[in-house]
Ligand binder design. Structure first.
Ligand code: DON
Length: 444
């Protein structure tokens, strides 16, 4: 994932997680997951600044930060998440959101289309190649490539450029949960050098995607691309999509929940243009990149407490439902992280054992197991901590555990018992954390 990020300049990564997502949910400790990801990729030096917009060539390529915002509004960060960079193409998502909010999902589908072009973001050949869907006449393009994005900007309603701009910046502010502003140096630099986008704008007018003032559309598009955002803003914007259109930090509803899946669908199929397939293949997440260096990804997944509710419905109240939940989560957690580990196995070492004529079991014991053992022990201890914590929480939904006792104590107004249980929970978690921390340090 971050390889691609760094190709796109390597400045900021923003993730948003619904409930709390994917690997992060399973890890149960998002701060540690973000820190690990940060450390893992901090020395990656692939890619280079985009320089066709001169101001972007001057951005410090060593800026690097990761922000994760959950739908309960938690903000988890690592590295530089405060320095602003220009939002660039990530803005296409939010201008699309404005059009969809204002005019419905069909408006975008009919005028621009929602199909991947399989071409670069500013391809003109792709415009020439656009076909229309037989019977509907809807073009097979999308609002995340430049021609579609400039057309989407032209669709935002308003009787003057100012009125349109206020809507565009307004929706970006609402998604980010703060008042953003245009980075004037980037805007000027792009406005002076965006002849290709001007050509695309004129072409889109000629082909009927833009109905009137193409120059205004290109100018407003250039402005929206120059909005300054930091990694935390981007993560909050993505989290608003993850949370069905409501900003999880400000709690403001920015979009109708029913319209969000349409936006995520186009992000999944076209968010990284001609690399969208590769991206989705590796991450499975709808995402959007920008040449300013940012990238957002949106993840939705089930939190353990929801899984526990399902198992309680299936097996009834009691510790069995809790145990199944934890087993389910543990298997998912270990298999996902071990799968990553297995990718890193040195095949030469395993081959050397096989070359001695070793049996399958010996090959596994001497060629593979030593390479994954330390990590397996580390992950198991880590998961044990999480299971301690989770078992306390799962009882609250009737899946057994000490949380069940806590719940009952509250229900009976037995606050002394409740306080004692809370102290026990805190004690167990602290001791478990401390001792597994010590063991982990030894193993590593
Ligand atoms: O229109 C452009 O060329 C830039 N303002 C935006 C391009 C961009 O971010 C491509 N996406 N990753």
């Amino acid at each position: 994932m971050t390889k691609i990020t760094r190709v796109w300049l390597g400045v900021v990564v923003a993730l948003a997680v619904s409930v709390s997502g994917g690997l992060f949910a399973q890890a149960g400790d998002p701060q540690r997951a973000v820190d690990d990801a940060y450390q893992k990729f901090r020395n990656l030096k692939e890619g280079k600044n985009a320089d066709y917009i001169p101001a972007l060539a001057k951005v410090d390529p060593n800026l690097y930060g990761i922000a994760l915002v959950t739908v309960d509004g938690k903000v988890i960060t690592a590295g530089d998440v405060k320095t602003e960079v220009s939002i660039q193409s990530i803005s296409k998502v939010f201008t699309m959101a404005q059009v969809v909010q204002e005019q419905g999902l069909e408006a975008i589908e009919k005028r621009i289309g929602v199909d991947a072009t399989g071409a670069r973001f500013n391809s003109i050949i792709a415009v020439e190649g656009v076909r229309t869907v037989v019977g509907t006449g809807a073009p097979e393009m999308n609002p995340l490539v430049n021609p579609g994005a400039i057309s989407a900007t032209s669709m935002v309603r308003g009787s003057s450029a100012d009125e349109v701009w206020n809507k565009i910046i307004g929706i970006h502010n609402d998604f980010a949960g703060r008042s953003l502003s245009v980075l004037q140096d980037v805007y000027k630099s792009e406005a002076d050098t965006n002849q290709r986008n001007q050509a695309i704008g004129a072409l889109m007018l000629a082909y009927g995607y833009i109905k009137d003032n193409w120059q205004q559309a290109v100018d407003l598009y250039t402005r929206q691309c120059s909005i300054g955002v930091n990694a935390q803003d981007l993560a909050t914007m993505a989290a608003t999509l993850a949370f069905g259109g409501t900003n999880p930090v400000t709690k403001k509803q920015v979009m109708d929940p029913s319209k969000v899946p349409g936006v995520l669908a186009v992000m999944a199929t076209a968010g990284l243009y001609d690399d969208s397939g590769k991206w989705l293949y590796h991450t499975g997440l709808p995402a959007k990149s920008g040449v300013g260096g940012g990238i957002i990804a949106v993840s939705r997944s089930l939190q353990e407490i929801i899984v526990a509710i399902l198992f309680v419905a299936m097996f009834g109240f009691g510790p069995f439902a809790g145990a199944v939940t934890l087993a389910f989560a543990t298997i998912g957690f270990l298999s996902k992280l071990l799968a990553e580990d297995i990718e890193d196995i040195d095949p030469a070492q395993a081959e050397a054992i096989r070359a001695t004529g070793a049996s399958w079991l010996q090959w596994l014991s001497y060629g593979i197991q030593p390479q994954v053992m330390a990590r397996l022990i580390g992950l198991s201890l880590y998961r044990l901590d999480i299971n301690f914590r989770e078992s306390a929480v799962l009882g609250i939904v009737g899946a057994g555990g000490i949380g069940d006792t806590l719940n009952t104590a509250f229900a009976r107004y037995e606050y002394d018992i409740a306080a004692a249980v809370l102290l026990i929970i805190i004690g167990i978690v602290t001791v478990a954390e401390y001792s597994s921390g010590l063991i982990r340090a030894r193993v590593q």
